[in-house]
Design a protein around this ligand. Structure first.
Ligand code: ARG
Length: 265
C-alpha cells in the first residue's frame, strides 16, 4: 500500500539554538549537505512508490524540515501541533494552514504536543509519548478528536525526547523500540501490548536508528544503525539505509522529516 507523506525541504535548516541534547549551535551544521541528504530520503520514498507532497519552508524556522512534528493526521482529521519551545512555535499554524487549505478537517490544539513526533498511529490505537515535549493532557485531547484509543508512554532519557526517536511502527500491529528510553511501567506495558516486538539496543538508538519509517515491507532507516538493520532482516523486513547525518546534528532522522497523511481517497 503506497503511503502519502508531507515533507519540507531544509532550505532554512540550521542549528542555531539548543532544545535537545543533540544540538550544538557552536558546531552548527552544513545546510547544503542537509539538503542533499534530504533529497536522498525523498527519492528513497518515491522509489518505493510512495507519494511525497511538500510544504513551503519558512525563513527563520530552521527546524521546520522536521515535518513529523507539524501535526497528527488520522482519517483526514488533522490534530494540530503546539510546540513546547517558542523557537518552533510558528510551525504549528503553518502546517495546520497547509491542511486547512486542502480541505482537511483541522483542529487547533489547546495542549502542548509535537504532532507525530510523539503520536504514532497503529490500526487500533495511537501510541503517545510524554515526558519531554508533549503534555499528557494532549493525549486525551487527541483521542477525543481522532476517535482511536491513545496509550500514554513515558519517556525518561533526554536524548530520546520524542516517541519517534525511541519507537516506530513496523506495520499496523507491531512495533520496534529501544526499551531504555522508557520508564519501567511503560516498558512493561510495551512488553504486554507487543510480545513480538523487534527490540533495538543502545548502539542503534544512539544513531537515531529508531527514527525509522516502515511501510510494512521496507524500513527506511539511518545507515549507521547496522545491528538493527540485521535484526530487521531476520524478521523479514528490507532495510533501506539513508544518510541523514547532517540532520542528526539537530536531533532528527528519517521519521522526523516525514509526516504521514492518512485517510485519503
Ligand atoms: N531540533 C528539533 C527539535 O528539537 C528536532 C525535531 C526532531 N523531530 C522528531 N520528530 N523527533 O524539536
Amino acid at each position: 500500500m503506497p503511503k502519502h507523506f508531507l515533507m519540507c525541504r531544509p532550505e532554512h535548516f540550521a542549528v542555531e539554538y539548543a532544545i535537545n541534547p543533540w544540538m550544538d549551535p557552536a558546531a552548527g551544521a552544513d545546510r547544503d549537505v542537509a539538503i542533499r541528504q534530504w533529497e536522498g530520503l525523498k527519492a528513497a520514498y518515491e522509489e518505493l512508490g510512495h507519494r511525497v507532497s511538500l510544504i513551503d519552508p519558512v525563513d527563520g524556522l530552521p527546524d521546520m524540515v522536521f515535518a513529523a512534528n507539524g501535526a497528527l493526521v488520522v482519517d483526514r482529521r488533522v490534530y494540530g501541533a503546539r510546540f513546547a519551545f517558542p523557537q518552533r512555535g510558528p510551525e504549528g499554524p503553518a502546517y495546520l494552514r497547509w491542511f486547512a487549505e486542502r480541505g482537511f478537517d483541522v483542529m487547533e490544539p489547546e495542549h502542548v504536543n509535537e504532532g507525530e513526533g510523539d503520536f504514532l498511529t497503529l490500526d487500533e490505537v495511537v501510541l503517545a509519548g510524554t515526558g519531554f515535549r508533549t503534555d499528557v493532557a494532549a493525549h486525551l485531547e487527541a483521542q477525543e478528536f481522532v476517535n482511536r484509543p491513545v496509550v500514554s508512554l513515558k519517556l525518561v532519557d533526554p536524548r530520546f525526547y520524542h516517541l519517534d526517536t525511541a519507537l516506530f511502527p513496523l506495520d499496523g500491529r507491531n512495533v520496534c523500540y529501544y526499551p531504555g528510553a522508557f520508564s519501567e511501567g511503560s516498558q512493561a506495558l510495551l512488553r504486554r501490548m507487543f510480545p513480538d516486538a523487534v527490540l533495538a539496543g543502545a548502539r542503534d538508538a544512539e544513531v537515531l536508528g529508531l527514527n525509522a519509517v516502515s511501510d510494512g515491507t521496507h524500513v527506511v532507516i539511518n545507515a549507521e544503525a547496522s545491528d538493527l538493520q540485521l535484526e530487521l532482516k531476520r524478521h523479514g523486513y528490507e532495510p533501506i539505509p539513508v544518510d541523514l547525518s547532517e540532520l542528526r546534528k539537530a536531533g532528527g532522522g528519517p521519521k522526523c522529516c516525514t509526516l504521514e497523511i492518512r485517510g485519503e481517497e
